[in-house]
Design a protein around this ligand. Structure first.
Ligand code: DGL
Length: 268
């Protein structure tokens, strides 16, 4: 039974990821909802999720969502992690049916609007790409374009550590494995960033691609969806108190999260 107290418009929005990747989503949320305030939970003590299997990710997602509700009374939850969304969003919605929950998924449909060559690369964690949810998404779109999938083992972890040489080496390797990028027939002209860590290193990715390749990520679309969901539930914050504030929580090193928040959002 969902025995939670009523949701309050003045309460914060909970945002969580396996680590710092969800900061790429938090940035878009703060722009789209300047009056809202947030609790960001980086589960860095248990990262990366992408290579740990669905059951582990489900358990962690339930634990984090429960803590955000119990300790912060959040009015909505943004699962700012593709791996956790694909593994656990159904379970989270079942457990807390009254809590508005917004997830992130690789932006396969938006990529279809951009590709001219009808060949789209998708980089994400192994967990995301092997999930039933992505298989279902793909099965509806296969006739529209060819999607080439590349799991990027170790990349989110290197971004978590801010380990630039490894980030560069792994992204070079994985982009090469995807095949030829370009604008000629048969070449990949659109790349979906299917892990929320990857937009944090978008400059490194762009440097390794020919000019004019479209890189697609979900931050702004997720933020728009969150606005719609809060509106529909009558949960938008109308006042100005706490506007834009973020409470930082982590199961890892607080100093590492502060550094990342400063580096990527100018906050912390
Ligand atoms: N940022 C996460 C995602 O969007 C996962 C990274 C990881 O922990 O493997 O999938």
């Amino acid at each position: 039974m969902d025995a939670q107290p009523p949701l309050q418009p003045v309460a914060p929005i909970g945002v969580f990821d396996s680590g710092i990747g969800g900061l790429s989503i938090l940035a878009a949320l703060r722009v789209a909802m300047p009056r809202e305030h947030f609790v960001y939970y980086a589960d860095s003590g248990h990262a990366p999720y992408g290579e740990k299997g669905g059951e582990f990710v489900q358990q962690r997602s339930l634990t984090v969502a429960e803590a955000l509700q119990r300790e912060h009374g959040i009015k909505a939850l943004v699962v700012a992690c593709n791996t956790a969304t694909t593994a656990a969003i159904g379970l989270l919605r079942e457990r807390w049916p009254r809590l508005p929950i917004v997830g992130v998924e690789p932006a396969l449909k938006p990529a279809l609007l951009l590709t001219q060559t009808r060949r789209v690369g998708v980089i994400a964690t192994r967990g995301t790409l092997e999930s039933a949810r992505v298989a279902a998404l793909l099965s509806g779109l296969q006739h529209e374009a060819r999607f080439v999938l590349q799991p990027c083992d170790g990349l989110a972890e290197a971004i978590e550590r801010n380990d630039t040489p490894t980030i560069t080496a792994l992204s070079q390797r994985y982009l090469r494995e995807l095949g030829k990028f370009g604008h000629a027939p048969g070449e990949i002209d659109t790349l979906v960033l299917g892990c929320t860590h990857y937009p944090l290193v978008i400059d490194t990715l762009i440097e390794q691609l020919p000019e004019g390749i479209e890189l697609v990520h979900t931050g702004p679309a997720v933020a728009r969806q969150c606005v719609r969901v809060l509106q529909a539930a009558g949960l938008q914050h109308e006042g100005r108190e706490h506007a834009g504030e973020v409470i930082w929580r982590t199961s890892g090193e607080p100093a590492a999260l502060q550094d990342a928040a400063r580096r990527w959002l100018g906050l912390g």
